[in-house]
Design a protein around this ligand. Structure first.
Ligand code: SF4
Length: 375
C-alpha cells in the first residue's frame, strides 16, 4: 500500500511554535495554490496499488468543503482507494461546521484529525491557537453525526506553563469526548520559530526533561486506562482505529507527497518538494519538475531508517521481515547497540524481534537515532 499525502498550507493564523510549511490564508493565494496542486496531481503517474489519503497542513479546512471534495475526487480518479478506505483530513476546531463534515463524509473522508493541543484556556493562548474547549466538543459531536468513522484528537504536552494537573485535565476532557484515536506529542522547539527566541530569552518558561517525562507517563497511564492501545510512541487508538496511513510510514512503506514542502519516499529515494510557495506554484502550474531535495538511502542508512521507524511502534521490529528486506541479521549487525540497551532495560528482545520497553519509550528518540548513525 502507498500513502498519498496532500499538503494544504494555509492557516487562519500562524502559531509561534510551528515549523511546518504554512502561510496565512489569503483567498487569491489559496486559489492559485489549489489550481497548481490539481495540476501536479493530474500530471502524476497513476499506479494500480491501493492508497490511503491524508490531507494535512497547514489547516486544510481553510478551504471550502466543495474544494476539498473536488480535490478528493481528483485523487480518487487517479489512485485506487485502500480497502477499507482511509481518507484523513486535519482540521482546526474553530473552523469546523456540521455541513462541511457532512460534505467531507460524502466525498469519502473516513477520519477526522482535530488539532486540539490543549483544553486549558491559558495553554491554548500560549500556543497561539484561537479555539476553545466548547468548539472542540461541538466538532466531535458534529463528526459523530456526519458519518465520519474515526475521530482523532491531537494533544500537546511540555507546553510552557503546563503542569501535571493541567495536562491531566486536558487528557480527562479528551477521554470524556470518547475519541477513537489520540495523538499526544511533546512540544519540540524548532530553531527559527518565535518559540526558539522565547526559549533563548527565558529557558525556565519551558518544562524541563523530568517534567516532560512525567507528562508523557501521565498520558500513557490515562489513555491506556481508558482503553486506548499505545501503538506508537505518540499515538493511541481504540481497537480498529489505528491510523493506516501513518502505520505504512512507520513500516517504511512508500508514500507520495503532493504540494509545497511535501515529502515522498519510493525505491529507496526520499525527496522533499521546495518550501518556496511561489516556486512550487509556478513549477506545478507550468508542468515543470517541482524543485526538490532528494537523497538515495542505501545500505546501512536505509536499514537504520527502517529500524528507527519500526521501534516507534508497539510491535517493534520483526527479525524475519528485516532479514528479508535488508539481508541483515539484526542482532548480529547491531550487537554493539542492542546489548547496552537490553542490559539497561530499554529494549526487549525475544526470538521474533525487538521492541522498546515502557522505560525505553521515554528516550525513544535517542535510542532510534543511534541506529541511524551506525556506519
Ligand atoms: S494551525 Fe497548525 S499548521 Fe497552522 S500555524 Fe498553527 S500549528 Fe502550524
Amino acid at each position: 500500500m502507498t500513502g498519498i499525502y496532500v499538503h494544504l498550507p494555509f492557516c487562519p493564523y500562524i502559531c509561534p511554535y510551528c515549523d511546518f510549511a504554512k502561510w496565512p490564508h489569503k483567498e487569491s493565494a489559496a486559489r492559485r495554490y489549489m489550481d497548481a496542486l490539481s495540476d501536479e496531481i493530474d500530471a502524476a503517474a497513476a499506479d494500480g496499488g491501493e492508497h490511503t489519503v491524508f490531507l494535512g497542513g497547514g489547516t486544510p479546512n481553510t478551504y471550502a468543503s466543495d474544494e476539498i471534495a473536488g480535490l478528493l475526487a481528483r485523487i480518487a480518479s487517479k489512485f485506487p482507494a485502500a480497502c477499507p478506505p482511509e481518507v484523513t483530513i486535519e482540521v482546526n476546531p474553530e473552523l469546523v461546521t456540521a455541513d462541511a463534515l457532512k460534505a467531507y463524509a460524502a466525498a469519502g473522508v473516513t477520519r477526522l484529525s482535530i488539532g486540539v493541543q490543549s483544553f486549558v484556556e491559558t495553554e491554548i493562548r500560549t500556543l497561539g491557537r484561537r479555539h476553545d474547549a466548547a468548539q472542540v466538543s461541538a466538532a466531535v459531536a458534529a463528526a459523530r453525526s456526519s458519518g465520519i468513522d474515526s475521530v482523532s484528537l491531537d494533544l500537546m504536552f511540555a507546553v510552557p506553563g503546563q503542569t501535571k494537573e493541567s495536562w491531566r485535565s486536558s487528557l480527562e476532557t479528551a477521554i470524556a469526548l470518547a475519541p477513537d484515536h489520540v495523538s499526544a506529542y511533546g512540544l519540540t522547539v524548532e530553531e527559527g520559530t518565535p518559540y526558539a527566541d522565547w526559549r533563548d530569552r527565558e529557558p525556565r518558561a519551558f518544562p524541563d526533561q523530568d517534567l516532560e517525562g512525567d507528562l508523557y507517563e501521565l498520558a500513557i497511564d490515562a489513555l491506556e486506562t481508558a482503553g486506548f492501545e499505545h501503538y506508537e510512541i505518540s499515538n493511541f487508538a481504540r481497537p480498529g482505529h489505528r491510523c493506516a496511513h501513518n502505520a505504512n510510514y512507520w513500516a517504511n512503506g512508500e508514500y507520495v507527497g503532493f504540494g509545497v514542502g511535501a515529502a515522498s519516499y519510493g525505491s529507496g529515494v526520499r525527496s522533499t518538494h521546495t518550501r518556496d510557495l511561489d516556486a512550487y506554484v509556478s513549477a506545478a502550474s507550468q508542468g515543470r519538475k517541482i524543485p526538490d531535495q532528494s537523497e538515495r538511502l542505501e545500505g546501512a542508512q536505509r536499514a537504520g531508517e527502517a529500524v528507527m521507524l519500526a521501534l516507534r511502534t508497539a510491535q517493534g521490529l520483526s527479525f524475519a521481515a528485516f532479514k528479508e528486506r535488508y539481508g541483515l541479521e539484526f542482532l548480529e549487525y547491531y550487537a554493539s547497540i542492542v546489548e547496552p540497551y537490553r542490559e539497561a532495560g530499554l529494549l526487549e528482545v525475544d526470538a521474533a524481534g525487538a521492541r522498546l520497553t515502557k522505560r525505553g519509550r521515554f528516550v525513544a528518540n535517542d535510542i532510534c537515532a543511534t541506529f541511524i548513525t551506525l556506519p
